[in-house]
Design a protein around this ligand. Structure first.
Ligand code: ADP
Ligand code: MG
Length: 582
C-alpha cells in the first residue's frame, strides 16, 4: 500500500490509486453537484474529513463550524432562504446527534435540509460489539426527520442523493437524514462503471396544483365574507408568493396579519397591515385565509381565542395539516404558487361583499395601537441603564434605513420585544426560533443567511440565547461574513435578578453574568467590537457595523431587572403551588 499523506495530512495508508478508479466519496461529491448542491455546512472528523476536502476541491463551498448543531441551523436557514435543500455534514455518533437537533428542528419548521452523516461499519453495530463510535444512527434519526435513508454501496449513492433531495424539497419540506457508512465512503469502483450511475433527475420539486373544486369552494366563501382577513405564515414566505399575495390583498382589500417569520412578505407598515390587530381578527373576522400558517399553539390558547363562527380557508401543501385543530371550511391543498394563481383566476369572476367598515376599523385600531407603542418606546428612550425598549428604540431607525439586512432573532424578551418593535419590509428577512421557540439557532442561522444570500445580517440575541451558539461567532469571523451580532445583556435567562431561595452562595437558576464583557469574546477572533451603555453609542455602533460589512460584536449593557420570566409566553409554565393558596 502507498503511504503518501493526503491533502489533509491524514496518515492512514492511502488506497492504491489508479486514475481509472473512484471512491464512494468521489461519487458522493459528484452526485451532490449533479443535483446542484454548491454549499455544505459541517464539522469534520472520522470518517468524513477527506470527503469535505474533496467537496471543497471540486467546487462545493465547505463552511466548517465549531458545533454541529450550528452547522445544521445554517443548513436549515440556507434551505429556507434558497428553496433548495441545505446540506449538513457530520461525523458518526455524537457529531451526528448534535446535528440531528437541527435536522429535527428543520423538520418541524418545514425547512428543506439534508443531514449527511458518516457512520461506522455496520456489522459490529448490529452485533453490539463496541466498535468506534458505533451507533445505530439511522434508527435514531427516523422518528425525528421527514425521511431517512442509508447507503451501503457506492453504486447506490447517486440514487440515494436524489431521493434525499426529493424528500427534503417536495411536498411539505423538511429535514432528511442520509447515512453513509465508512466502507461505502471508501469503496472503490471503476470510474467507467461509476459514470453510468449518474443521470439528470427530472423536476426535483414538482408543482402541485390544487383541485379546481377546492379552489371554487374557497372563492365562494371569500366572496361572501363580510369581515375577511389573511394570516401569512412562513410557508408563504418560503413559497415566494409575495407578488400573488399582494395582488390578492390589494384587489380585494383584505387586511393581513403576519406570523413571526411571515413578517415582511407584505410590508409590516403597509395600509392593509393589521399587525397589531391579532385578537380583533381572532374574535371578529368571519372568514380567515391561512396562507402557509398552521393553527398550532402559536395561533391558539394563550395567543388568543378564535370565534367559534370563524370560517377558515387554508392554503397548505400538506393534506394532513387540514383540520388539525379546527374544522377547515375550505382546504386548498397544493403548492402555494399554483394555488394562489388558481384562486386569483377564480376570484376574478366574482364580486366581494365585504363590509367596508371592517377594514376601516382595523386601520383605526392600528393607528391607535401604533401610537401607544411609540409612546412606550419614547418613555424608555433615555432609561439608564438601558432596558430592552431603550435598546430597541435606538436600533429601530437603523434597521428601518437598512431594510435589506436579514434579521436573526432569538431570546425570550429579546425575541418578543424585537419582533414587536422592528417592522419588516421585505420577505424572508426575519429568521427566528420559530415553531418550537427554541434557543440556540443564532450563530448558525446568521452564517447560513449570510452565506446563502451574500446579504448583511444582524443577529439580535439575548445573552442566554447567545450562550448556546456563542463559539460559532468565530465561524462568522473565519469566513469574514457581513454579520453583526448584538447581545442584549441583562445578566440572565429572562433577567438577572433571580434569587437563590436556599440562601446559599450559588447563582439562581436564571442568573448569568451581568458584568460579562461579550465584546472581549469578539476580540479573541479579530472582530470589530463595541461595548455600549447608551442608546447613542448603540445606534452609532450598529450603523457603522452594517456599513462596514465586517464581522462585528456589539455588547449592549442592559439593566439586570429588564425582562420578565418567559417573555410573552409565561402562561406556558406550570403554576407553582402558591398560586392556589386562598
Ligand atoms: P408559521 O409558524 O409562520 O405559522 P408554519 O411553519 O406553522 O408557519 O406553517 C407553514 C405551513 O406552510 C406548513 O403547514 C407547511 O405545510 C406549509 N407550506 C410549506 N411550504 C409550502 C408551499 N410551497 N406551498 C404551500 N404550503 C406550504
Ligand atoms: Mg437575558
Amino acid at each position: 500500500m502507498a503511504t503518501t499523506t493526503t491533502t489533509t495530512g491524514n496518515t492512514a495508508p492511502m488506497q492504491p490509486h489508479y486514475p481509472e478508479q473512484v471512491t464512494g466519496m468521489d461519487i458522493l461529491v459528484r452526485a451532490l453537484r449533479m443535483v446542484g448542491i454548491d454549499t455544505m455546512y459541517g464539522l469534520v472528523g472520522i470518517p468524513i474529513t477527506e470527503l469535505a476536502y474533496l467537496a471543497q476541491e471540486r467546487g462545493i463551498r465547505f463552511v466548517g463550524f465549531r458545533h454541529e448543531q450550528q452547522a445544521g441551523m445554517a443548513a436549515a436557514t440556507h434551505g429556507y432562504l434558497t428553496h433548495t435543500p441545505g446540506v449538513l455534514l457530520t461525523v458518526s455518533s455524537l457529531g451526528f446527534m448534535n446535528g440531528l437537533t437541527a435536522t429535527a428542528n428543520a423538520t418541524v419548521n418545514c425547512y428543506p435540509m439534508i443531514q449527511i452523516s458518516g457512520s461506522s461499519v455496520r456489522e459490529p453495530i448490529d452485533l453490539e460489539q463496541g466498535t468506534y463510535e458505533g451507533l445505530d444512527q439511522l434508527n435514531i434519526a427516523k422518528p425525528l426527520v421527514k425521511a431517512a435513508y442509508r447507503v451501503n454501496k457506492p453504486e447506490d449513492i447517486p440514487t440515494a442523493v436524489v431521493r434525499a433531495y426529493r424528500a427534503a424539497i417536495s411536498g411539505r419540506p423538511g429535514g432528511v437524514y442520509l447515512d453513509v457508512t465508512t466502507p461505502c465512503l471508501g469503496a472503490i469502483m471503476q470510474a467507467a462503471d461509476a459514470d453510468k450511475l449518474f443521470y439528470e433527475p427530472v423536476d426535483l420539486c414538482p408543482s402541485m396544483p390544487p383541485a379546481p373544486e377546492a379552489v371554487k369552494r374557497a372563492a365562494d366563501i371569500l366572496a361572501a365574507a363580510k369581515k375577511p382577513a389573511i394570516i401569512i405564515g412562513k410557508g408563504a414566505a418560503y413559497a415566494r408568493v409575495e407578488d400573488k399575495l399582494k395582488k390578492l390583498v390589494e384587489t380585494y382589500d383584505i387586511p393581513y396579519f403576519p406570523m413571526s417569520m411571515g413578517k415582511g412578505v407584505l410590508p409590516d407598515d403597509g395600509p392593509l397591515s393589521a399587525l397589531s390587530c391579532r385578537s380583533t381578527i381572532m374574535e371578529d373576522a368571519d372568514v380567515v385565509i391561512l396562507a402557509g400558517a398552521r393553527l398550532n399553539w402559536l395561533l391558539s390558547r394563550g395567543h388568543g381565542k378564535w370565534s367559534p363562527d370563524t370560517k377558515f380557508i387554508q392554503f397548505d401543501i400538506d393534506p394532513q395539516e387540514i383540520d388539525s385543530n379546527r374544522a377547515i371550511a375550505a382546504p386548498v391543498v397544493g403548492d402555494m404558487a399554483s394555488s394562489l394563481d388558481a384562486f386569483l383566476a377564480e376570484m376574478s369572476t366574482r364580486k366581494m361583499s365585504a363590509d367596508p367598515t371592517w377594514l376601516a376599523s382595523l386601520q383605526a385600531q392600528t393607528k391607535t395601537k401604533n401610537a401607544k407603542f411609540s409612546e412606550r418606546l419614547a418613555a424608555n428612550a433615555t432609561a439608564s441603564p438601558m432596558n430592552h425598549w431603550t435598546a430597541l428604540d435606538a436600533i429601530k431607525p437603523i434597521m428601518a434605513a437598512n431594510p435589506d439586512v436579514i434579521l436573526v432573532n432569538e431570546g425570550a424578551n429579546t425575541l418578543d420585544d424585537t419582533r414587536d418593535t422592528l417592522d419588516m419590509k421585505l420577505p424572508r428577512h426575519r429568521i427566528d426560533c420559530a415553531t418550537w421557540a427554541i434557543m440556540g439557532m443564532g450563530m448558525g442561522s446568521a452564517v447560513g443567511a449570510a452565506v446563502a444570500t451574500g446579504k448583511s445580517v444582524v443577529a439580535i440575541e439575548g445573552d442566554s440565547a447567545f450562550g448556546f451558539s456563542g463559539m460559532d461567532f468565530s465561524t462568522i469571523c473565519r469566513f469574514n461574513l457581513p454579520v453583526t451580532v448584538v447581545i442584549f445583556n441583562n445578566g440572565g435567562i429572562y433577567n438577572g435578578i433571580g434569587v437563590n431561595a436556599s440562601g446559599g452562595g450559588d447563582p439562581a437558576p436564571t442568573t448569568l453574568d451581568i458584568k460579562a464583557r461579550y465584546d472581549k469574546l469578539g476580540e479573541a477572533f479579530g472582530a470589530e467590537t463595541y461595548y455600549v451603555t447608551t442608546p447613542d453609542e448603540l445606534s452609532e455602533a450598529l450603523a457603522a457595523s452594517i456599513a462596514s460589512r465586517k464581522p462585528t460584536l456589539i455588547d449592549v449593557q442592559l439593566a439586570a431587572d429588564s425582562g420578565k420570566e418567559s417573555g410573552h409566553i409565561g402562561y406556558l409554565n406550570p403554576a407553582p403551588l402558591e398560586t392556589f393558596k386562598v
